[in-house]
Design a protein around this ligand. Structure first.
Ligand code: C5P
Length: 232
């Protein structure tokens, strides 16, 4: 499986997404649909973007009891998404149930990816609020191992953790990495950022890029720059 750039479509509604996609001309990039857009527009937004020729990562970060997650995943599998995710925090049993729900009768299924620790969670907060008294990288690697044990395909993590995840879980276990900025671009609210080129060197399989493309003066040029730094 090759590297790819996934554009985070953090827009409030379909009209804004289509306005943005029109600026990309005939290009059909991999898109990430998050909670904001999904809850605003409903499941048909996934089907519509698929029908326009895009691959779709449905970023809904499920976390509930195994039975509920199994049944929800079986609804999501029929929307046609190529990749979906959940919280590794929900336990190995929940991740196994998710995989069962996601698998179609013919054995095919979308990729299933686990969120380890959100990048908004600091080590200090993890200790104080969640009572997890271990170094954050250790927690991330442990959750990645749990995800792999449950049969998942990979994790969302920082590009800075991608090498560690591959060392722990193997080269084919996928790393999906947000927190990407151009060397001459705005960092915004992201803290630990890397360029697309650096993410490639660090071993990321997919980079998730939002504002550096969606808020660029020329989104098509920004997307092409990401592709040429990360993929080519
Ligand atoms: O605009 P920007 O490039 O910062 O967008 C990054 C995207 O990746 C957003 O949709 C954000 O919610 C998502 N994300 C993240 N950090 C995580 C998990 C997801 O930035 N740990």
């Amino acid at each position: 499986m090759g590297r790819d750039v996934i554009i985070a479509c953090d827009f409030p509604g379909k009209r804004e997404v289509l306005d943005f996609l029109n600026k990309l001309g005939r290009r059909r990039p991999y898109l990430k649909i998050g909670m904001e857009l999904f809850y605003a527009e409903g499941p048909q937004i996934v089907q519509e973007l698929k029908a326009r020729g895009h691959s779709v990562f449905l970023d809904l970060k499920l976390c509930d009891i195994p039975n509920t997650v199994r049944k929800t995943m079986s609804v999501l599998r029929d929307l046609g998404a190529d990749m979906v995710n959940l919280h590794a925090f929900g336990t190995i049993d929940m991740m196994k149930a998710a995989l069962e729900g996601l698998t179609r009768p013919d054995g095919t299924r979308p990729l299933l990816i686990a969120v380890t620790q959100l990048t908004s969670t600091s080590e200090e907060r993890m200790k104080r609020e969640l009572l997890i008294d271990l170094p954050l990288p250790e927690v991330v690697m442990h959750y990645a191992k749990n995800a792999q044990q449950a049969g998942l395909d990979g994790v969302v993590c920082s590009p800075l953790e991608a090498g560690g995840v591959h060392n722990t879980c193997g080269a084919s276990f996928l790393t999906i990495t947000p927190g990407v900025r151009f060397s001459d671009g705005d960092v915004g609210d992201q803290v630990r950022v890397t360029t697309p080129e650096k993410a490639k060197l660090l071993g990321s399989d997919y980079i998730v890029v939002g504002r550096p493309i969606t808020a660029a003066n020329d989104p098509a040029a920004a997307y092409e720059r990401c592709m040429s730094e990360f993929v080519d």
